[in-house]
Design a protein around this ligand. Structure first.
Ligand SMILES: Cc1cc2nc3c(=O)[nH]c(=O)nc-3n(C[C@H](O)[C@H](O)[C@H](O)COP(=O)(O)OP(=O)(O)OC[C@H]3O[C@@H](n4cnc5c(N)ncnc54)[C@H](O)[C@@H]3O)c2cc1C
Length: 385
């Protein structure tokens, strides 16, 4: 019987690892590769906000994992991981148990409601294609009945993307709405430079999107929202984008963590004794940068780490030295929908127009080969003057 290499999570890190292992199958004759994900499709997350705006079809950014795996000669398991038993070296999912000799944990992150059940049940969130379509359809539905007051909780990259895409959708459909971004910190976009903050603020101002800082959502039931300051909002439509956390099975795993992410060494091995066969990639991993902080969550890091984790499994099987991960930070962009995406690319600030083009170029470049023509058509329509 073959031994098992198991990858948990078929997102950016997991898919990159699966591709690398499939490409080097000759080296893995005694091993079967299992890719586990609770979703049937791999979803291209950076374009989820574009689904809200309604200019992109979900098929352009969804890849069937069963078909993908068949093509690569790997086994796809559509199931939710509940636990890792590190002593017995097995994965316990909702419906089965899978033993592993090598493991890559690449289970990403999900919206964090900070244990507030009322808000988690009533607010919309944006983790998947299903969530994006729900936001879009509910927005259209509700705004057709009366003016809605959209409250986006969280003034980070994703919150602003959601706000501006919702603005685009309702403006295009000539429906009545207002949008407020509520941020707990004293300022929105706390991690970026003042210059970028200023560009983002003036764009929100131009669009009539209100920003409230130093406050958060406290209650939301029916259509009534109340902020921590006591301020009440009627006909509210709340979307929560105020933080992320790792999967429950990671949170329950006894291991060293930074804000819920698993601490890894320079080779992406889980920190701890006897963990040379367990690797972690992407948002699930806390990889220490030279500044001593954990690397931020971004697809370029997830892809790079997925590849290195897979490479290290092959090197380890061949008795070769395993490689350390060297992150290359290409920068970040904040897409604000109306042909504006300020940010930093290769260390230099880029103007909002160039940034917008670069963001969609990245989306096209990073999208799966079989989806490129659909993404290209959508991007072309989007970039048209
Ligand atoms: C709306 C939005 C826009 C973004 N835009 C950008 C951007 O423009 N550029 C950028 O660099 N980054 C962006 N990010 C961040 C980026 O998407 C993440 O950093 C990246 O997806 C991390 O990759 P990953 O492989 O770690 O996880 P993911 O790509 O999230 O994949 C994790 C996979 O694990 C699966 N999974 C989780 N738990 C379980 C379980 N218990 N059992 C089975 N399967 C499980 C999930 O279903 C998922 O398929 C964005 C994020 C969001 C939410």
């Amino acid at each position: 019987m073959k031994k098992n290499i198991v990858i948990i999570g078929a997102g950016f890190g997991g898919i990159a690892a699966a591709k690398y292992l499939a490409k080097n199958k000759k080296e893995l004759k005694d091993y079967a590769i299992h890719l586990i994900d609770k979703k049937k499709n791999y979803e291209f997350i950076p374009m989820l906000p574009d689904l809200i705006a309604g200019w992109l079809e979900p098929e352009a950014i969804s890849l069937n994992l069963e078909k993908f795996s068949q093509k690569k000669g790997i086994n796809f398991v559509c199931d939710s991981v509940q636990k890792i038993d590190r002593e017995k070296k097995k994965i316990i999912t909702k419906n089965r148990e899978i033993a592993y000799q090598y493991l890559i944990i690449a289970a990403g992150s999900k919206t964090n409601f900070f244990a507030n059940t009322e808000l988690s049940l009533n607010c919309r969130k944006l983790d998947s294609v299903k969530d994006a379509l729900k936001i879009k359809n509910d927005l259209l539905d509700k705004a057709q009945q009366k003016k809605i007051n959209i409250v986006v909780v969280g003034g980070g990259y994703t919150g602003l993307e959601i706000a501006t895409n919702a603005h685009f959708l309702l403006t295009k459909n000539k429906l009545p709405f207002s949008i407020t971004v509520v941020e707990k910190a004293p300022e929105i976009l706390k991690m970026v430079s003042d210059r970028i903050k200023q560009i983002a603020k003036s764009e929100l101002n131009r669009l009539g999107i209100k920003v409230i800082t130093g406050d958060s959502l406290q209650k939301y039931k029916g259509e009534h929202a109340q902020l921590e300051s006591g301020r009440k909002i009627k006909n509210a439509f709340c979307i929560w984008s105020a933080g992320v956390e790792t999967s429950d099975f990671i949170q329950n795993l006894e291991a060293k963590k930074d804000k819920g992410r698993l601490l890894v060494d320079q080779n992406l091995n889980l920190k701890g004794k006897n963990e040379k066969r367990v690797f972690v990639a992407g948002d699930s991993a806390a990889f220490a940068t030279q500044a001593g902080k954990s690397l931020r969550m971004a697809i370029m890091f997830a892809i790079g780490q997925g590849k290195i984790a897979a490479k290290n499994i092959i090197n380890s099987l061949q008795g070769k030295k395993i490689s350390s991960y060297q992150p290359i930070d290409l920068g970040y962009l904040i897409p604000l929908t109306y042909k504006k995406a300020p940010g930093i690319v290769i260390g230099a600030p880029v103007g909002p127009k160039l940034g917008y083009f670069l963001h969609y170029y990245m989306c096209f470049y990073r999208s799966e080969f079989s989806k490129k023509s659909k993404v290209w058509n959508a991007v072309r329509r989007r970039l048209r003057p």
